[in-house]
Write a protein that binds this ligand. Structure first.
Ligand code: TYD
Ligand code: MG
Length: 454
């Protein structure tokens, strides 16, 4: 028989090499290469092995029927939103996040509220049944159909699943599961790959939905379980943002988009949904805004949020100008500053630029360009942005103000949040309106003139 080939795999990023290396050439981590399960793809004679099966046969695309009732409502609007409308039956979902963010809390609350046609099996290798019960009491979860199973051995988990045939399986966490088939240490790439694969296969065959909870290291990488990301249907990250909010976002979703946010606040009764976050990223001010501040309606997933952008521009401390911005890409800030230099004569090259986003949310939407330009100009000149006025629009490298999607909804949210006036591109498909509350402009030169000199 052909000799099985040994593979070494990085436990951080999953990169594979045919020999052991001290440092992973892909992610640069040290001492993370581990021997992986041997793979054999050639027969004794060296030729590829082909088999035919009676179990799996190809089917015509138009003979496949998809029925509608294939999603479970989680009972949590924010999670339904992120998942694309609930849990797909038979799908596997990875929920990653730092310790303490609230993964176990979210899972027990979801177990209590999900509307299924069967039982929920909550497997924990981290906590005792008592601890889980205390958390359930605290968050008001009663759930008569929730089974708690404290175990870490894969074969026993599969046995319990076979016995109880749950509709939803929650595994808290994948790093604690171990099978003798894949070595002796839990949490290694081999273990996670092998156990993950076995659990996903069982759930696919039995049409059960599966949640894997996974701990994330400080660097934001799902330690080890990174390899699971390729195997599951959906990958969710649970994260903090500055304002105390906790955000669930999908970084992969076979059954929905990845630009939806699920927002929560943690209190003494667990995670509370934040269904109307439009005002959370604004600082309430009685008087007009101080220099360097603008407000922009940002389109996130299917919601519009009013967000405050803050700029500070001061003479450079060293010989050259630097941009400090960790919420908006610094290259984008530099590009907008360069556009202001070119078209308004204002100089930034000998100044340091600091950019912040209130509430600590990360922004990469094109519509914020104009708000950044307004904040930079205002900070550099000391002239405040006009009160009760929101702004949004994309800037081209030629200084043109380009239309952005969902203008109607942005204007509506801005008005509702106390910004009746708006400066930005014209509404697509509509003639320049005579509406004095909506100033339509087409170039950055005109923008600066209208906002700061008009
Ligand atoms: P937990 O869900 O255990 O986090 P993870 O599983 O991601 O490690 O809980 C996170 C934190 O939330 C923990 O420090 C305690 C706190 N907490 C509350 O503030 N209120 C609550 O009702 C619960 C259940 C937890
Ligand atoms: Mg936990």
């Amino acid at each position: 028989m052909a000799k099985a080939k040994t593979i070494f795999e990085c436990i951080e990023c999953g990169h594979q090499e045919s020999r052991w290396l001290g440092r992973c050439p892909q992610c640069g981590a040290w001492n993370t290469m581990e021997e992986s399960l041997p793979v054999r793809s050639v027969s004794k004679s060296g030729s590829k092995i082909f088999r035919s099966s009676v179990k799996s046969v190809s089917v015509g695309l138009d003979s496949i029927h998809v029925d509608d009732g294939v999603r479970y409502d989680t009972g949590i609007i924010e999670i339904n939103r992120v998942l694309g409308g609930g849990i797909m039956k038979g799908s596997s979902i990875l929920l990653g996040g730092e310790p303490g963010i609230g993964k176990s809390t979210l899972m027990i609350q979801l177990a209590g509220s999900v509307k299924t046609d069967g039982n929920i099996l909550y497997i924990s290798g981290e906590e005792s049944a008592k601890q889980i019960k205390m958390r359930a009491d605290r968050t008001g979860v009663t759930g008569v159909n929730i089974e708690i199973f404290i175990e870490t051995e894969l074969e026993l988990l599969l046995g319990e699943m076979e016995k109880t045939k749950p509709a939803v399986v929650i595994l808290d966490s994948i790093q604690t599961v171990i099978s003798e088939e894949a070595g002796k240490v839990p949490g290694t790439v081999n273990q996670i790959k092998y156990c993950g694969h076995e659990l996903i296969s069982w759930c696919k065959q039995n049409n059960s939905s599966l949640f894997f909870v996974a701990h994330v290291t400080k660097e934001g990488v799902i330690a080890g379980p990174k390899v699971l990301e390729h195997m599951v249907d959906t990958v969710l990250y649970f994260d903090h943002i500055e304002s105390g909010l906790r955000v669930v976002r999908a970084v992969k979703n076979r059954f929905g988009t990845i630009d939806e946010l699920g927002l929560f606040l943690m209190n003494e009764h667990g995670l509370q949904e934040v269904t109307d976050p439009s005002s959370l990223f604004l600082t309430k001010r009685k008087d007009e805004m101080p220099p360097g501040i603008t407000a922009v309606p940002v389109y996130e997933g299917t919601r519009v949020l009013m967000i405050e952008i803050q700029a500070l521009v001061v003479p450079a401390k060293s010989g050259f100008s630097r941009v400090y911005s960790d919420r908006i890409d610094s290259n984008r800030i530099s590009r907008i500053a360069a556009l202001l230099e070119k078209h308004t004569g204002l100089k930034f090259f000998d100044h340091d630029i600091y950019i912040n986003v209130a509430g600590g949310i990360r922004l990469n939407e094109v519509g914020i360009d104009l708000a950044v330009a307004g904040a930079l100009y205002s900070a550099r000149t000391g002239i405040p942005f006009p009160g009760a006025t929101a702004t949004a629009g994309e800037l081209s490298l030629a200084g043109e103000i380009l239309p952005i999607p969902h203008m109607d909804r942005r204007l509506k949210t801005a008005r509702e949040m106390g910004f009746p006036r708006f400066i930005g591109p014209s509404l697509p498909g509509k003639k320049n309106s005579k509406n004095s509350d909506h100033k339509e402009i087409s170039h950055i030169k005109e923008y600066v003139k209208t906002v700061f000199k008009g």
